[in-house]
Design a protein around this ligand. Structure first.
Ligand SMILES: Nc1ncnc2c1ncn2[C@@H]1O[C@H](COP(=O)(O)OP(=O)(O)OP(=O)(O)O)[C@@H](O)[C@H]1O
Ligand SMILES: [Mg+2]
Length: 364
C-alpha cells in the first residue's frame, strides 16, 4: 500500500553546517484517515457547531456578537506570541482614541480584524477572490502591515529558508520545505481546500496542519493559519457567522498543539492531531454558545430595567445601544455623535442611570 504519511528530508549546507529541510507529502494522506477512530469526536464537534449556528440565528443582535467575537479572537490570536493589548485598547484604537500601550501591539490586533473581514468579504462578493493562494497573500499582507513581522515580506511567499525553534536551521526543531519546493505544496493545498471527499472538519484540520508544515511565509504563519480555520468554516457554510475560533484552545494547549503538529510530520499521526483538532472545535463552539447565551441574557435583563424607567428610557436606550458596542465613552465623546443628537446634560443623566444597570457592560 502507498504510504505517503511520513515526509522525507533533504540535506543542505550553510558554511560548514549541515541541516535537513522537510519534504512533506501532498494531501490527502495515504493510507486514508481512519475515520472509525474519529467518528464520535466528529459527530460531537459537528453537533456543537450546529448549536452555535442555531443560537447565532436566534439572537436579535447577532452583528454585535460577531463584532465582539472577531475582536476577541484577534486579541487571543495575537497574544499567542506575547502581544499585550487588551479589549479596551483595541476598541479605543479603532475609535481613534489613544490607548495607553505601544501602538504596534494594538495595530497587530486591529490588523487581524481587518484581515479576517477582508477575507470574508472577498468570499461573499460576487466578483471577490475565491479561497486561493492569491487571497491568502492578500490577507497576509493586511495581517502584517505595520505590525509584528512587517519587515518580513508581507503578502509574499518566502524565497528563503525559515525554521521553527532554535536560532538557525542547523539547530532548529523543525525546518520547513526549502523555498523552491513551496509551490508544489501550496498548489496542492489550494486544491485540497476545495476537496469534498471528507467531512468538512476533517478537511479543515488537515489543511491547518499542512499549512503550518509548509510555513510558506517568513512570519505570520501562526496567525494566518488560525484565521484560515475560521475562513474555511465560513466558506464551506458550516458556520453562518464568523464566531468560532480556536485560538484560546491552541493557547491553552500550546505545547500539545505544537507536539501534535510535529508528530504528524515525524510519525504521520494524522488521527491523533485530528482528535485534538475536533476536540478544539467542540470546546470552542460550546464556549461561544455559552458566551452568547450569557450576553444575550444580560442584554435582555438590561432592556427590561431600562424599559421600566419612564420617559427617560427613550434617551437611555439610544445611549445603551451605542455603548453596547463601544463601552468606553465620555460625555463629550457621545455629545459629538450626530446620530445620537443628544445634549451633554441629557447624556450625563443617561450615563448616571445606566451606571446603575451596567452589569452587562462589565462583561464586555
Ligand atoms: N515548537 C513548535 N513545534 C511545532 N510548531 C510550531 C512550534 N513553534 C511554532 N510552531 C508553529 O509555527 C507557528 C508560528 O509561526 P510564525 O512565527 O510564522 O507565525 P506567527 O503568526 O508570527 O506566530 P504565532 O502563532 O506565535 O502568533 C505557530 O502558531 C505554530 O503553528
Ligand atoms: Mg512569528
Amino acid at each position: 500500500m502507498i504510504n505517503n504519511r511520513i515526509g522525507t528530508y533533504e540535506n543542505h549546507t550553510i558554511g560548514n553546517e549541515t541541516y535537513r529541510s522537510y519534504i512533506p507529502h501532498t494531501l490527502p494522506p495515504q493510507p486514508n484517515i481512519d475515520l472509525s477512530k474519529l467518528s464520535l469526536k466528529l459527530e460531537k464537534a459537528n453537533q456543537a457547531v450546529g448549536e452555535l449556528n442555531a443560537i447565532a440565528k436566534s439572537v436579535p443582535n447577532s452583528s454585535l456578537f460577531v463584532y465582539m467575537y472577531i475582536r476577541e479572537e484577534a486579541l487571543l490570536s495575537s497574544r499567542i506570541e506575547g502581544t499585550q493589548s487588551s479589549f479596551s485598547d483595541l476598541l479605543l484604537f479603532e475609535n481613534h482614541q489613544k490607548p495607553d500601550i505601544a501602538l504596534d501591539d494594538v495595530e497587530e490586533v486591529s490588523n487581524y480584524v481587518k484581515a479576517l473581514t477582508y477575507g470574508l468579504d472577498q468570499l461573499k462578493a460576487k466578483d471577490g477572490l475565491p479561497l486561493s493562494l492569491r487571497l491568502l497573500c492578500n490577507i497576509h499582507r493586511i495581517l502584517l502591515q505595520g505590525a509584528r513581522g512587517a519587515s518580513k515580506q508581507p503578502g509574499e511567499f518566502r524565497v528563503t529558508q525559515n525554521w521553527i525553534g532554535g536560532t538557525r536551521p542547523g539547530n532548529a526543531l523543525f525546518v520547513p520545505p526549502a523555498p523552491e519546493r513551496l509551490m508544489e505544496y501550496l498548489g496542492n493545498l489550494e486544491k485540497f481546500v476545495h476537496n469534498k471527499d471528507f467531512d468538512n472538519l476533517i478537511i479543515i484540520g488537515l489543511a491547518h496542519a499542512q499549512f503550518e508544515t509548509i510555513h510558506p511565509f517568513l512570519d505570520g504563519n501562526g496567525r494566518l493559519g488560525r484565521l484560515l480555520i475560521t475562513l474555511m468554516l465560513c466558506e464551506r457554510d458550516i458556520l453562518i457567522e464568523p464566531i468560532l475560533y480556536l485560538s484560546l484552545y491552541f493557547k491553552k494547549n500550546h505545547q500539545l498543539y505544537y507536539d501534535l503538529l510535529q508528530r504528524v510530520r515525524i510519525d504521520g499521526c494524522y488521527e491523533v492531531w485530528l482528535e485534538f483538532f475536533l476536540d478544539g472545535i467542540w470546546y470552542s463552539a460550546k464556549q461561544a454558545v455559552s458566551t452568547i447565551a450569557q450576553l444575550n441574557f444580560l442584554f435582555e435583563e438590561d432592556l427590561k430595567k431600562i424599559n421600566a424607567l419612564g420617559r427617560v428610557r427613550y434617551s437611555c436606550i439610544k445611549v445603551w445601544e451605542y455603548i453596547k458596542r463601544l463601552p468606553q465613552v465620555t460625555v463629550p465623546s457621545l455629545a459629538k455623535i450626530k446620530d445620537l443628537g443628544m445634549t451633554a446634560p441629557t447624556i450625563r443623566n443617561c450615563l448616571d442611570i445606566l451606571d446603575l444597570l451596567r452589569k452587562s457592560f462589565r462583561l464586555l
